[in-house]
Write a protein that binds this ligand. Structure first.
Ligand SMILES: *Cc1c(COP(=O)(O)O)cnc(C)c1O
Length: 234
């Protein structure tokens, strides 16, 4: 019971902070969707957040997501936020409502080919790599347009916008230029492609308020809701 109470308090606090940040920027708080990131946490964490009314849940790994999908009600919109490996594409295609981490035309083509006909088109975001940090996932800025164009050609995918991860910085304010950059990239891409790209998935537990000020429509919160993550494999 205390765990559930804690979660409820943290969820309320996060929603308040999102709303306040949106208002500071003159935005409608209802335009920001909270995705609860349950990676590494037990199925019970996903169930608890679902009990509190959250219907958008994010996972980094396909296998771990599949376990939780099987246990939770069918009304969850599952978000894949982690890098997708080629050999997991066929498993991922029917599992998720939104894939935030499309980072190549090859992955996009695989997802489209494997998306079941009886499901709605898979919503996708192209993950842009804006930090220049070696080993970071995502598409380099120069290649984002090409991947976006590839997605637009695929019948079973629906391009919704862009996603990014800010660099790990001590002060959230230091992440602001990255978020502003993603918004500018999106604005530019909309012009060039002539399509609406409404979604900006940016902001995590340590920097989501700044992300909302810079236009995030989706924030991805793990630790802010569930506390520190146990190390992988622990
Ligand atoms: C883990 C993860 C998150 C959530 O991170 P927190 O710091 O726990 O909020 C968000 N986005 C991605 C891509 C992640 O891998």
């Amino acid at each position: 019971v205390p765990v559930q109470t804690d979660l409820a308090v943290r969820l309320d606090a996060a929603r308040d902070r999102i709303a306040t940040a949106a208002q500071r920027a003159g935005r409608d708080p209802a335009a920001v969707r909270l995705v609860a990131v349950t990676k590494t946490f037990a199925v019970a964490a996903a169930q608890a957040v679902h009990d509190l009314g959250v219907r958008d849940i994010g996972e980094s790994r396909v296998q771990e997501a599949a376990l939780k999908v099987a246990e939770l009600p069918g009304d969850v919109r599952w978000h894949l936020i982690g890098h997708l490996q080629t050999n997991k594409v066929s498993r991922a295609a029917p599992l998720f409502a939104v894939v935030h981490s499309v980072d190549s035309d090859r992955i996009a083509a695989g997802l489209s080919a494997r998306r079941p006909e009886d499901m709605p088109a898979l919503e996708v975001l192209v993950e842009a790599e804006l930090t220049g940090i070696a080993g970071h996932t995502g598409v380099a800025v120069e290649a984002v347009e090409a991947v976006a164009r590839a997605v637009l050609e695929l019948p079973r995918l629906r391009l919704r916008g862009l996603m990014t991860m800010a660099p790990p910085v001590p002060e959230p304010e230091q992440a602001r230029p990255t978020f502003a950059r993603l918004r500018e990239l999106r604005d530019d891409l909309q012009q060039r492609l002539g399509v609406a790209l409404p979604e900006l998935s940016m902001g995590m537990s340590n920097d989501y308020e700044v992300a909302v000020e810079e236009g995030a429509t989706i924030v991805r919160l793990g630790r802010a809701l569930f506390g520190e993550r146990p190390p992988r494999g622990a």
